[in-house]
Write a new protein. Structure first.
Length: 382
């Protein structure tokens, strides 16, 4: 197979379980968020527009960018398409049911999901094209493309539907685990042949888009400990893919990069994250459970820098933007860190509510969605 042809993440306390580390921040002095320090910005980032799509409630809603358009959804059933240059609403609809996951789009079809397994697919004008049901609650964004709408359930089942007819094409089941996190474990297309996905229990697989069989399966890490809580070891966030290298991270486990064609591990490091990672040609970046940000070489896993300047601020999934790492925090700040050394280069305040989803780049505009359902268009100035 050649994959070279060629995206919970949680609110820190939205886990199936009790108070895990990230949820005990208000009772544990070690978890006190560090205050923000002043610095002289070297990157000028301006807010150029603001729009609204609906609050996220206790779920994670990630925007998705296709060309110069941004698609977003909210818990109350709202789904919208916006012009990324101006923030102008192109269309917005309200579905009959509440949503728990969204949104996936290829620019023609847009898909969202619900707690009862509902899958809604809208056409390019926002009209409901079809509706189907997956075998479990959906809290991760669907994938749309390659003639398919692919959704995953909280227990790790992945279902592919024909994008036009809603016919179920295949169902992939990974091994069940006794306890797992309620995190948004995304999926990533590997060209037109496979979808990459991580699972509860630390598994990682490349799944054939035509048949639903695995090209390969490999562990990112193995469960450790005695109790079921100690043995939680779920892949968090979507796997990354750049060239022939794919990387993934687990909670209470490891961060690793793998050969995308074979699943062979290139390197692995002890790590724990509930948010996920970002990757480019040379660097993979992620925040650990304490929101300490770490950067590693994609080639060999050597750590290039770490920063505790945002410790315990419940950082979002990161995104890499040129020479900057961009992450939101629990107070609605968007932080821009230098990819070279982790120093601050810019900071923008949004609406004060948490940012847990990765910002997305649409054209020259960075779009951020907050828990209060606001969309912010941010533009670095040259």
């Amino acid at each position: 197979m050649n994959l070279l042809k060629r995206y919970v993440v949680p609110a820190a306390c939205a886990m199936t379980l009790l108070a895990l580390a990230a949820c005990s921040s208000h009772n544990d002095e070690r978890r006190t968020p560090v205050p923000l320090t002043e610095f002289k910005p070297v990157l000028n980032v301006q807010q150029v527009w603001k729009a609204s799509v609906g609050k996220a409630g206790r779920y994670l809603f990630s925007p998705v960018a296709v060309g110069d358009a941004v698609y977003a959804a909210g818990e109350n059933g709202s789904v919208g398409k916006f012009d990324a240059q101006t923030g102008k609403e192109i269309w917005k609809v309200k579905l009959k049911d509440d949503l728990s996951a969204g949104v996936g789009s290829d620019g023609n079809l847009t898909a969202v999901g619900g707690l009862k397994g509902q899958v809604y697919v809208l056409d390019n004008n926002g009209k409901l094209l079809w509706q189907a049901t997956a075998p479990g609650e959906i809290i991760s964004p669907p994938l749309v493309g390659n003639g398919l709408v692919i959704v995953r359930t909280i227990d790790g089942q992945i279902v592919a539907f024909n994008a036009q007819t809603a016919e179920q094409k295949w169902l992939y089941r990974n091994r069940a685990v006794p306890l797992n996190l309620r995190v948004s474990a995304g999926m990533t297309f590997a060209g037109d042949q496979a979808v990459l996905a991580g699972f509860p229990g630390g598994g990682f697989a490349a799944i054939n888009l035509q048949t639903g069989d695995a090209f390969w399966e490999t562990p990112v890490s193995y469960p450790k400990g005695v109790t079921e809580v100690e043995r939680i070891n779920d892949v968090s966030g979507p796997p990354t893919l750049v060239g022939a290298t794919t990387c993934a991270v687990t909670f209470q486990g490891q961060l690793g990069c793998f050969d995308a064609n074979s699943g062979r591990a290139v390197w692995e490091k002890p790590f724990s994250s509930v948010s996920g990672i970002a990757q480019d040609d040379t660097t993979v970046v992620g925040a650990d459970d304490w929101s300490v940000v770490h950067a590693y070489s994609v080639a060999n896993g050597a750590q290039t820098w770490s920063s505790d300047k945002l410790k315990n601020r419940d950082l979002s999934v990161p995104v890499l933007l040129g020479h900057a790492v961009v992450m939101g925090d629990y107070q609605g700040y968007v932080h821009f860190l230098s990819l070279d050394d982790g120093s601050f280069v810019s900071r923008v305040k949004t609406d004060g509510s948490p940012i847990v989803a990765a910002p997305v780049l649409a054209g020259n505009t960075l779009v951020v969605q907050t828990k209060d359902g606001d969309l912010f268009g941010l533009r670095p100035q040259q």
